[in-house]
Ligand binder design. Structure first.
Ligand code: DCP
Ligand code: MG
Length: 437
């Protein structure tokens, strides 16, 4: 949970029911034209992985489509069958349907027409099939998703340079000093960015512009898909307080459950609580953070150039595997995961020092182990060897559902190479890190 130790105190001394921020600002600043408001945008692509597939298969637009399922490209079969036609002319009836899906995969995302049926990210495919049997299923194309991700971010950086990368389909953008960033509260610049992204990728996104990241993140969801939402300080109560506590980025399922147990459902109800009450129930740091968050206070800067912390690959097996009885199969998957992580590292130009594994047992318990070595690596064999040592440190008498491999403590390959060339090699001790998930 990202607690912010210092908060802007300007114009935030308000009691529930008051709405003084706007008035205070105009009273304080005679020439409002010269005063720049802090305007932070959060941009999130709409149904991202699914929208990327629809670029390839535009004939599926408007239909319920879910992304998920097997590791194999299920659409390869259709492509072979219709090899003589362009992809866009394969009839929609030819695509696989959710009702015919057998397996244990989960949905990665769903198009908006599919969401009408109540299906969405992280739902089991078999459960989703009951809700939307006729939805079309396509596998995710990660290479294509990454390519489009880079493309839409490049469009944004061209228009507004202060961009914080928050993952495959979302960024924060500091609008404050960008031309158009103040006009209509940021709406003019938001529209320009939406248009630029659409022209470059044919994809839509949603943007929230607000006084800070916390509110912007919420606001980008207000008018999804293809929407813009502008929030000023003085709107916080009206727009944030009726929302469920979970809408605060940082309140996860555990904190939500605890809040519900304490009779708190909405953000407004958190705001109405004393800080002391929140501290008593959630601890000092979280309690204070929750109080500030509920009042819409957040002064975290937009951080450009965010570097990845780790890279990982994981897979859920088609059937639960046993470490001894399915040794060969498990070993092959394990090696492949290590090779994939190594490929990811090499493609993106990173090397790492900490190699870790993650297991999910058939009872859904998770175990993780990691080990830090004395040098940086992107070598699949070395990653496999260290990950294998980690595997020896977890109980393996129970069936496994999932296996994952992670490389952390990353550095840029070129930087490490430059340092190695400039300095003689110094041996480091090898600490054994042990983490239980
Ligand atoms: N994703 C995933 N696993 C999840 C959730 C999401 O792999 N449990 C992937 C697929 C999504 C992408 O990340 O397309 C972006 O996630 P979002 O939460 O932004 O969801 P979408 O972009 O799909 O939809 P929305 O329009 O609600 O943003
Ligand atoms: Mg999205």
């Amino acid at each position: 949970m990202a607690a912010s130790p210092v908060f802007h105190l300007v114009s935030w001394f308000r009691l529930p029911g008051h709405c003084a921020a706007g008035a205070a600002r105009s009273a304080k600043i005679p020439d409002a034209v010269t005063e720049k408001l802090r305007r932070i945008a959060h941009l999130d692509m709409d149904a991202f992985f699914a929208s990327v597939e629809l670029l390839r298969y535009p004939q599926l637009r408007g239909l319920p489509v879910v992304i998920g399922g097997g590791r194999r490209r299920v659409d390869e079969i259709i492509r072979e069958r219709y090899a003589e036609r362009p992809l866009s002319e394969i009839p929609p009836e030819a695509f696989p349907l959710l009702k015919d899906y057998v397996g244990r995969g989960v949905i990665t995302t769903a198009t908006y027409p599919a969401r009408v049926f109540g299906v969405g990210s992280a739902m089991g495919m078999m459960k989703a099939a009951k809700l939307a049997p006729d939805a079309i299923v396509l596998p995710a194309d990660f290479d294509e998703v990454r390519r489009v991700s880079r493309a839409f971010k490049a469009v944004i950086r061209d228009i507004a340079p202060l961009v914080e990368d928050r993952g495959i389909d979302e960024v924060y953008i500091d609008f404050t000093d960008v031309p158009g960033g103040q006009r209509e509260g940021g709406r003019v610049l938001a529209r320009l960015i939406q248009k630029g992204i659409f022209e470059a990728t044919r994809l839509t996104c949603s943007i929230g512009v607000a006084p800070n990241k916390l509110i912007a993140k919420m606001a980008s969801e207000f008018n999804k898909p293809n929407g813009i939402s502008i929030v000023f300080e003085e709107d916080v109560q009206a727009k944030m307080w009726p929302l469920a506590v979970r809408k605060i980025n940082g309140i996860g399922p555990k904190a939500e459950a605890r809040l519900h147990k304490l009779g708190v459902q909405t953000i407004g109800e958190i705001a109405a609580k004393d800080v002391a009450w929140l501290v008593e129930n959630f601890g000092r740091s979280t309690g204070h953070w929750m109080h500030h968050a509920a009042w819409g206070r957040d002064d975290r800067p937009v951080v450009t150039e965010s570097e990845p912390v780790s890279m990982s690959r994981e897979t859920t097996f088609d059937r639960d595997l046993h470490a001894v009885r399915d040794r060969a199969e498990l070993g092959a998957i394990f090696t492949q995961l290590c090779e994939h992580v190594a490929e990811d590292l090499r493609r993106k130009g990173y090397v790492g020092k900490t190699i870790g594994i993650k297991l999910r047992y058939d009872d859904f318990r998770i175990a993780t182990r990691d080990q830090t070595i004395g040098h940086f690596t992107d070598d699949p064999r070395e990653i496999r060897r260290i990950a294998g040592q980690c595997l020896k440190r977890v109980p393996l008498d129970q069936r496994l559902r999932l296996l994952g491999v992670r490389v952390g403590k990353l550095a840029r390959t070129e930087e490490v190479a430059a340092i190695a060339a400039a300095a003689p090699c110094v041996a480091e001790p090898i600490p054994d890190l042990f983490t239980q998930g």
